[in-house]
Design a protein around this ligand. Structure first.
Ligand SMILES: Nc1nc2c(ncn2[C@@H]2O[C@H](COP(=O)(O)OP(=O)(O)OP(=O)(O)O)[C@@H](O)[C@H]2O)c(=O)[nH]1
Ligand SMILES: [Mg+2]
Length: 461
């Protein structure tokens, strides 16, 4: 279908900055009439005669009425974000002015952009691949330093790079196999089967790492749940308050103070943790379903990404803690053992007491002691998967599902190689994995998929 039929030869306009009052607002136009349209409402200069990548100060006028004094940035195709002629009008940040400027553009032949249409044009003009385009959406949505960094890395092509590498390896493999098919009468083998096997195992390994990184990507994007678990009076609510720096949960010396779970979000080193304070759990299994609150605590402990098990260092022995470790391992492998109330005892003595319990950290929630160590360990726990993924992180559910299919197809290839299946069947499985890889980077797409992806953007992007 031609771009014209799709409406791609229109010139589009939208507010590119958040709506509302601000110091500045930017209105963006893209399309082959962008310069002409703005030229009609910008009498100070002939914009059509100006070179690309230039700035122009002057008044915007509609019917001889001044709208605002503005700065115009001019980009000529193909050296622009969308690959088309692009004009950005920086005006003062009042919604009234924005509306007037956009209306003036509409009156002179532009139309309002659909959500994500600027980025979609950039993609269609080969300025971005699909993973990079999606990273633009992530970048806009990112609200922590870590997710911001990750989205930027994707825009620069970090993820695409890893996929391209994988694709090249596969294409090489499939070329050798297809070559064999051409000579099927002669019954020759160009592709050294053991070499091929090594290549595919490597690709399976790489895909698996990318899949693993999704968990981390998700954690950075959506936050990590951290359940604070422990016996009544261990100081769980005190810890929640200390980490939040506010008196959120009720603290008292009466065991069983917290009856229901309380959730609050904090940002540690750019990762959002959803802290969950729970009702205290009595340690012995026979009275474990003591109340609905405890039942809920256990539920939270199972579901949590990280379990912070808090215990009172004076009230528990090393033997108690070893038992707890065994029980925790059954429920959720990802736990931190945290001894609380060290302010009430002698640090040296406490360390010695729990020397046999591996990986314990000691804090005082009430006196704010060693909370930094705890935070560090919580972050470490989340980032543990990261080492394996070599910094390339899959953050997008669509990529994850395509990668999963690549992984399955590659496993089929490997199995085929082991069972010495004929080359034409092998070639089919390879092509299948190449197809799924192509879907991620946008080399193979269908229109529905594109519309879906870009509709999730906001207008002006
Ligand atoms: N000395 C000392 N006391 C603490 C510390 N942390 C908590 N406490 C005290 O321990 C008591 C229980 O604290 P909470 O935070 O209510 O304990 P919890 O684990 O939430 O208890 P439940 O909600 O009943 O399960 C309170 O009197 C706190 O002041 C600490 O680090 N040192
Ligand atoms: Mg409590």
């Amino acid at each position: 279908m031609s771009l014209k039929l799709l409406g791609w030869d229109d010139t589009i306009v939208a507010l590119a900055t958040p709506p509302g009052v601000g110091a500045l607002g930017i209105i963006r136009l893209s399309g082959n009439k962008a310069i002409e349209i703005v030229n009609r409402i910008f009498p100070s200069k002939d914009l059509l005669a100006q070179p690309s990548h230039t700035l122009h100060v002057g008044y915007l006028k509609q019917d001889d009425k001044i709208i605002d004094e503005v700065v115009i940035s001019l980009y000529k195709n193909p050296r622009s974000f969308t690959g088309e002629d692009v004009i950005e009008i920086s005006c003062h940040g009042s919604p009234f002015i924005h509306q007037q400027v956009i209306e003036a553009c509409l009156n002179n032949g532009a139309r309002l952009a659909k959500p994500g249409e600027f980025t979609q044009r950039a993609f269609l003009n080969g300025k971005l691949d699909l993973t990079q385009a999606e990273a633009v959406a992530d970048l806009i949505a990112s609200n922590t330093e870590a997710s911001h960094k990750m989205a930027l890395n994707n825009i620069r092509g970090g993820f695409s790079f890893a996929l391209k590498d994988l694709r090249e390896q596969l294409i090489r493999f499939s070329a050798l196999i297809e070559l064999e098919l051409d000579f099927s009468q002669e019954d020759v083998e160009f592709a050294d089967r053991s070499q091929l096997k090594a290549l595919v195992s490597n690709a399976v390994h790489q895909t698996n790492q990318l899949l693993q990184s999704f968990k981390l990507g998700n954690a950075i994007r959506n936050g990590v749940s951290a359940a604070i678990i422990g016996k009544p009076n261990a100081g769980k609510s005190t810890l929640l308050n200390a980490l939040l720096n506010e008196d959120r949960a009720i603290v008292s010396e009466i065991p069983g103070t917290t009856r229901d779970t309380i959730e609050e979000v904090i940002n540690i080193d750019g990762i959002l943790f959803r802290l969950i304070d729970t009702a205290g759990i009595r340690n012995h299994t026979q009275d474990i379903i003591e109340s609905a609150g405890i039942e809920k605590s256990l539920q939270k402990m199972k579901q949590a990404d990280v379990v912070v098990y808090l215990f009172d260092v004076a009230e528990n022995s090393a033997e108690d803690m070893k038992r707890v470790v065994e029980e925790l391992k059954q429920v959720n492998e990802k736990f931190l053992l945290v001894g609380n109330k060290v302010d009430a005892g002698e640090m040296l003595f406490i360390r010695k007491k729990f020397a046999e319990v591996a990986g314990c950290i000691f804090i005082s929630a009430k006196s704010n002691l060693h909370l930094e160590v705890l935070k560090e360990r919580m972050v470490d726990m989340v980032l543990k998967d990261k080492a394996a993924s070599e910094n390339v992180v899959v953050t997008n559910a669509r990529h994850y599902h395509s990668l999963l299919q690549v992984y399955t197809a590659l496993k089929d290839v490997l199995e085929g190689l082991e069972n010495k299946i004929p080359g034409d069947l092998l070639a089919l499985d390879i092509r299948r994995s190449l197809q799924f890889l192509g879907e991620i980077t946008g080399e193979i797409t269908n229109e529905d998929q594109l519309d879906y992806i870009f509709s999730k953007f906001c207008i002006g992007k």
